[in-house]
Design a protein around this ligand. Structure first.
Ligand code: GSH
Length: 317
């Protein structure tokens, strides 16, 4: 059922909710993958050697191709292994819209609750106070000018969202039907963080037992076949001559910014970790940007970003 080896390399860490989303999708598709453990906070020199600036977690590496953001990783996995699908035949639009809501609105309400003083204290219990301070400083800097929900408001919203999700699994095993789809993986990971990473505040789930049963069904999917890899081996794979970036498809160039292919550009997240990646714009399809960059340690790479949620700018020299 599983390949014994795989060129899919996921750079992630155990307690990262967005990484749990991808780990479960790899399991859903019965894929084998290599696991590179990355730091939770900056500095992340090995990450930046591959991404060129993007510091969020996780990202997927295939040879010299780097895929940033889990929404793009979903598309890459679907292309690689179409069955079982992430985008159900008759509900593609609603599945993507629900997933986007879960990855943003639901996620931030859940994290506001999870990292409330009680949750955060439990998370860092037994660690020196500097660990909690360093984490808070790192995430504070990532947030920049973003407005954050206050803990009580986050918990109130989270409870409402949990009830809404619960009604969706009253009469069917997964959010949109008999099988899990991209919306289930996106809605699951913030709740997984509550239940598994910050159990001190998991009482919020008790009011919706049918959602706990859905979470058990999601957890049972597993993580596929994972083997460990070091960051230096992943970088060596990127520089290996055989790992030139994959040829770009002949998808149509969609120019929404009046920036021609071949221009020097940056791409950065709209919010939360806006460190830019700079390179030459090699593709801008309907859904993604591809930048070519040369790294002193990792060689010539293609770094791919989704359009949605990212800012493309021309670098004027
Ligand atoms: N939209 C991004 C969000 C990724 C994200 O926010 N990840 C969190 C961890 S789960 C993060 O990057 N935290 C800071 C870090 O790991 O450096 C995605 O879908 O990949």
């Amino acid at each position: 059922m599983f390949d014994s080896t795989s060129d899919l390399i996921l750079h992630h860490y155990a307690s990262s909710p967005f990484s749990e989303k991808v780990r479960l999708m790899l399991g859903h598709k019965h894929l084998a993958w290599q696991s590179v453990n990355i730091p939770r906070i900056l500095p992340k020199p090995d990450v930046l050697a591959l991404t060129g600036g993007y510091r969020r977690t996780p990202f997927l590496q295939v040879g010299a191709d780097i895929f940033c953001d889990t929404a793009l990783i979903c598309d890459v996995l679907e292309h690689r292994q179409p069955t079982p699908p992430l985008y159900p035949e008759h509900h593609k639009g609603v599945a993507r819209v629900l997933a986007q809501w879960a990855d943003s609105t639901l996620f931030w309400a859940a994290m506001g609750h999870n990292l409330s003083p009680k949750g955060a204290a439990a998370l860092f219990a037994g660690q020196p106070p500097e660990a909690a301070q360093a984490f808070a400083a790192d995430r504070g800097a990532m947030r920049g000018g973003m407005t954050s929900l206050r803990p009580g408001d986050a918990t109130a919203a989270y409870r409402s969202y949990l009830r809404r999700l619960a009604t969706m699994v009253e009469e069917q095993p997964f959010l949109l039907g008999a099988a899990p789809c991209v919306a289930d993986f996106a809605a699951y990971h913030p709740l997984w963080f509550t239940r598994v990473v910050t159990p001190a505040v998991a009482g919020v789930l008790d009011a919706t037992p049918q959602l706990i049963e859905w979470m058990d069904r999601m957890a049972a999917i597993g993580h596929g076949k994972m083997s460990k890899m070091s960051a230096s081996d992943a970088i060596a794979i990127a520089i290996a001559a055989a790992a030139e970036p994959a040829p770009l498809g002949d998808e149509v160039f969609q120019d929404d910014h009046h920036i021609p292919l071949g221009s020097r550009v940056t791409v950065a997240a709209e919010s939360f970790g806006q460190e830019p990646t700079e390179g030459i714009l090699r593709a801008a399809t309907r859904t993604r940007y591809t930048l070519e960059r040369e790294d002193a340690r990792a060689g010539r790479l293609h770094v791919h970003f989704p359009r949605i949620g990212y800012v493309l700018r021309e670098v004027r020299v």
